[in-house]
Design a protein around this ligand. Structure first.
Ligand code: ADP
Length: 429
């Protein structure tokens, strides 16, 4: 800075001195100042050109411009090194993503594709660079994905679908937020897993079918023997036990077959289809169908059942499925509530939902069990469930029925104080 200032002052002083001899000191001084200023502007412009990469680095000299050149050059070199490092890292990330066994599609916050890996072309038919800039939900046309993607700000996308371009491939799709304006769609090929699960389910369903007829025959004969007067009294008890076990096996098989039926209905239903078995349901009709036997059981257990029903509210649903689901919840409440307990049934409006709830003052459930209750054959207490005639499949059926109605099951319970099972139906169906 100093040399520049001294140089400028010297030039102006020299010009004034020269002007003095000609009696034009002020004019010469002014002209010298203007020339110095223009020279300064010219050097600033050269610096700008260099900075914007038009020109090479101007002649290095001393003074403020020398310092500016030096510092900017150092900054630029640092910036280039950082850029090279970033490019190198990005290349490695892309190489790693390309080698991943999943399809990856990166989008901005408008859902427009900015990058995709090799497997995305194979599994999703999304190609680089052809599809960059296109919206992912325009290219990936599947009703379930479209629906889930529209809500992905509130509910993370995690769905299983058939690949839109090859129905033999099953995919799991997840959308993960990477940064504020960057998302990653991950598609995993789960065909093998789906095939194995389907084979297992088919096996259980086939075995259940095969056992149904022999069990009916066995039960028929056992009932005949039990009713017959001529049988030896010593075998009365074994016959009774055999009959009880046969009835239990029949209930389990009936529940397994019902679950298989629900699953196959769900599989064959696209999310846009309107199920032909769905209609406007009448809650009073459903309650009429289930209350007779429930009241009888409750009476035996000296329990009281109360009801609070909003008759104005109805939903679109499958009446026989809802009847079974609600009946399972009510039977459980009776089963797991001791003598003298209370059970309350409620059908009411909450926010944009219709809620069917069964609350009991029963034995309650410890928190660690709650998330697993809808698994097949999951019981908190095996002995108690069996003794009460449970199959361990009741809540799995409830869950499947509710899934078909796009409804949710909410369980709240406190050990020793009772439980509340809520079926929450969206009212916009
Ligand atoms: P189960 O036929 O054994 O009742 P479910 O699938 O209907 O089978 O229920 C699973 C388990 O959840 C039951 O075995 C029981 O331990 C628990 N459970 C269900 N409902 C209740 C309830 N109202 N109170 C306490 N425990 C319950």
């Amino acid at each position: 800075m100093k040399p520049d200032l001294i140089k400028t002052i010297l030039i102006i002083v020299a010009a004034i001195a020269l002007g003095w001899t000609l009696d034009m000191a002020a004019e010469f001084g002014l002209i010298a100042a203007i020339i110095c200023n223009i020279w300064l502007l010219f050097r600033a412009k050269r610096l700008h050109n260099w900075f914007t990469n038009v020109k090479e680095l101007p002649h290095a000299e001393q003074g403020v411009f020398y310092l500016l050149h030096r510092d900017i050059k150092a900054m630029r070199e640092k910036h280039h090194a950082k850029k090279r490092e970033l490019q190198h890292n990005l290349k490695r990330v892309r190489e790693a993503s390309a080698a991943l066994p999943d399809a990856i599609v990166i989008t901005d916050d408008n859902g427009e594709i900015t990058w995709s890996n090799r497997l995305a072309a194979e599994l999703l038919n999304i190609r680089q660079p052809r599809d960059n800039g296109h919206r992912v939900n325009n290219l990936l046309r599947h009703p379930s994905f479209t629906e889930a993607y529209a809500k992905h700000d509130d509910v993370p996308v995690n769905i299983d679908i058939e690949a839109p371009f090859n129905r033999n491939i099953s995919l799991n799709l997840k959308v993960i937020d990477l940064a504020e304006n960057m998302q990653m769609l991950v598609a995993r090929d789960i065909t093998r897993h789906v095939d194995v699960t389907r084979a297992q389910k088919d096996f259980v369903s086939n075995v259940s079918h095969e056992l149904k007829t022999p069990l009916t025959v066995m039960r028929g004969y056992l009932e005949m023997i039990e009713d017959g007067q001529q049988c030896d009294p010593s075998i009365h008890k074994p016959i009774k036990d055999m009959l009880l076990q046969t009835k239990r096996m029949q209930s389990t098989i009936d529940d397994l077959l019902y679950l298989a039926k629900l699953e196959s209905k769900q599989q064959n239903r696209g999310s846009d289809d309107i199920d032909v078995e769905f209609s406007q349901i009448n809650i009073n009709h459903i309650l009429e169908m289930i209350m007779d036997s429930a009241l009888m059981l409750a009476e035996q257990n000296e329990q009281t059942i109360t009801m609070e029903i909003n008759n104005q509210m109805s939903i679109n649903g499958n009446e026989s499925e809802l009847q079974i689901a609600f009946s399972n919840l009510l039977t459980n409440a009776i089963r797991y509530t001791p003598k003298g307990g209370e059970i309350h049934i409620k059908w009411h409006h909450r926010d944009k939902t219709a809620v069917f709830s069964v609350t009991d003052s029963g034995i309650g459930i410890a928190p660690k069990h709650i998330s697993r209750l809808t698994e097949r054959f999951y019981r908190v207490d095996q002995g108690r469930s069996r003794a009460k005639g449970g199959t361990g499949l009741g809540l799995a059926i409830v869950k499947h029925v509710l899934e078909r109605h796009k409804a949710e099951l909410n369980i709240s319970s406190s050990l020793g104080n009772g439980s509340c099972f809520e079926c929450i139906f969206p009212l916009e169906l």
